[in-house]
Design a binder for this molecule. Structure first.
Ligand SMILES: [Ca+2]
Ligand SMILES: [Ca+2]
Length: 198
């Protein structure tokens, strides 16, 4: 085989190894899909195998909707399993309290994940996320109910306000300042939130 042929064969071999690894390890987040406001919810990050090392773990969530209560740290840097008897770890758990109605997305990113088995397979960087419905599941301000709150919702709120014909459901979703009616102030509150997030 030529040098080029050897390189190609090596590449194919490495790619097939990587594909195998991603097939073997199913990394996921499990948790109840719903939680009442004021109650705690425990979220588990399952590695799908025993882990011997990682460079970092970071848990992102909306602090308006969830409050971290206990469990593993939501931000960790380099860790490795330095006990020869230990078989590594298989999961992490995080407990949050639901603060308000809405749809909370918990995103976890893990960098430099390495398995704890004898071959010390390098799994790499992994991002996983999970949506959890808090309370009634109403996403405050999401007037067009497409799952995100943005400028379109603000303009729809103004239309509802102008029509003076808001349904009870629309008022529940869109009355952000909780004064009992949909008005221009609710639209401007959305624009403010949107500006902050951008
Ligand atoms: Ca929307
Ligand atoms: Ca209002």
């Amino acid at each position: 085989m030529t040098n080029k042929g050897i390189k190609i064969a090596l590449c194919v071999f490495m790619i097939s190894l990587l594909l195998n690894i991603s097939n073997i390890y199913a990394i996921s987040i499990t948790s109840p899909s719903k939680v009442a406001v004021g109650k705690n919810i425990t979220i588990t990050l399952n590695f799908g195998t025993s882990i011997g090392a990682y460079d970092s773990i970071k848990v992102d969530y909306d602090t308006n909707l969830l409050e971290y209560v206990s469990g593993d740290k939501i931000e960790e840097s380099v860790w490795w399993d330095n006990s020869p008897e230990s078989r590594g770890i298989t999961s992490k758990t995080y407990t949050f309290k639901a603060k308000d109605d809405g749809l909370a997305t918990v995103k976890i990113s893990v960098k430099g994940l390495t398995s704890a088995n004898q071959t010390m397979d390098y799994i790499g960087d992994v991002n996983v996320s999970r949506d959890i419905i808090l309370g009634s599941g109403i996403l405050k301000g999401d007037a067009d109910k497409n799952g995100v709150v943005d400028a379109n919702d603000a303009s729809l709120i103004l239309e509802i306000y102008k029509s003076e014909n808001a349904t009870k459901e629309q008022t529940t979703i869109c009355d952000l300042d909780r004064n009992g009616i949909i008005d221009a102030n609710d639209a401007s509150l959305i624009l403010e939130q949107f500006k902050i997030r951008k």
